[in-house]
Design a protein around this ligand. Structure first.
Ligand SMILES: [Zn+2]
Length: 383
């Protein structure tokens, strides 16, 4: 690339930027997050706060989604303790407006509304080169491995910036990251005119219900212990929603698996979309799937567990797909199309919008189960 064809200095909309910003950081190796007001602006490859390197984009963050990953970091579980660098700015789901771009940035300009793919692939590694950047090794995730977006400003490589279509509302654009998980899972499995079981109706499971419906799933079943989420799954297009807990815990035990099998040709569903990461739900899900079915697994079990590969995969002739992140950029185009076509409405899944300062309340709402998707407002509407 001929760098000389680009302006030598970063381009910006407004002259000067503040020296410091608000940021929600992981200040100690323990539970909780700290909101600071004196964080220097992020620096790109220049190392200077607020100054993008040639390929960097400085974004003012307007709205941000709170993810289950953020909750792990907030609660400081074993995964977080083993991975998160103390001092990091957290958060990875957002919509914002470009304020400065590096000299080699051509895709966006100051004033553009953007989101970003939070999984930053090295770009020159084997998987990125062959079109599998979403599973690149040495991936750096915003707000996990490097500074994220729970802050007034974030620095993002232009290779991972996504320009947001003008007809997509801010709060939906802010949650394209988890929406992309749902779309990638559904589209990888293929659900058109198929019977589909979704185990786990959390944020992504509920999104998957809406996406599977939009993508032409014919019979859509959901297994989820929480009655309110089952209700919402039905509203979003599920034909039936079951409580998979044991009978002594108020659930239907294994009866629902038998019911699904008898409903679908006596065989079971064509497709399992596993969104819970729960060991017994995974086993039940495979039991409810027909011989030769397809299982796409997104939920992450908290620890290893016994799973009979012979019964559930080999003799079943099952196709099993591990799903991670979103495909760059196919999933993003699919998301945009689904929303612009009016095929998916995310309003029912976004239960709360809170000011940035109320982040503790956001995590409490997630912990109690009252909140499903929560969006934090950092700098008001983008326009
Ligand atoms: Zn997320």
């Amino acid at each position: 690339m001929a760098a000389t064809t680009h302006p030598p200095t970063p381009r910006t909309t407004s002259g000067s930027l503040p020296k410091t910003m608000r940021a929600l950081i992981k200040s100690t190796a323990g539970p909780g997050l700290t909101l600071v007001t004196d964080r220097p602006l992020p620096s790109g490859s220049t190392g200077k706060p607020g100054e993008p390197g040639p390929n960097d984009v400085l974004v003012r963050v307007h709205k941000a989604g709170v993810c289950g990953t953020d909750r792990h970091i907030y609660e400081w579980d074993d995964w977080a303790a083993g991975r998160i660098p103390v001092g990091i700015v957290t958060g990875h789901e957002f919509v914002g407006v470009v304020v400065r771009v590096g000299s080699a940035v051509e895709q966006v300009k100051p004033g553009d509304r953007v989101s970003a793919e939070s999984h930053i692939a090295p770009g020159h590694d084997y998987n990125s080169l062959i079109g599998d950047a979403h599973v690149a090794r040495n991936m750096q995730i915003l707000g996990v491995d490097r500074d994220g977006i729970f802050a007034d400003y974030a620095m993002i490589p232009q290779s991972h910036i996504w320009p947001v279509n003008q007809d997509i509302p801010d709060k939906w654009a802010a949650i394209f990251d988890p929406f992309g998980n749902a779309v990638h899972t559904v589209m990888s499995a293929g659900v058109s005119v198929k019977s589909v079981l979704i185990t786990g109706a959390g944020i992504i499971g509920l999104m998957a219900v809406a996406v599977a419906k939009a993508a032409g799933a014919q019979q859509l079943f959901v297994a989820e212990p929480d009655p309110r989420r089952r209700e919402l799954a039905l509203k979003l297009g599920a034909k039936k929603a079951y409580n998979p807990l044991p009978k002594d815990k108020g659930g239907q035990g294994d009866d629902w698996v038998k019911e699904i099998k008898s409903t679908v040709q006596g065989e079971g569903v064509d497709v399992l979309l596993e969104m819970s990461g729960n060991a017994s739900a995974i086993v039940q899900g495979f039991r409810a799937m027909r011989q030769g079915g397809t299982a796409a697994l997104l939920g992450i079990p908290s620890k290893s567990f016994n799973f009979d590969i012979t019964e559930h995969i080999i003799f079943k002739g099952a196709d099993v797909l591990g799903i991670n992140g979103r495909q760059m950029w196919q999933t993003w185009f699919q998301m945009e199309r689904l929303i612009l076509a009016g095929a998916v409405n995310l309003d029912d899944i976004i239960t709360h919008e809170l000011p940035f300062e109320d982040y503790n309340r956001a995590f409490e709402l997630m912990q109690s189960g009252e909140g499903i998707k929560i969006v934090l407002d950092l700098n008001g509407p983008t326009r």
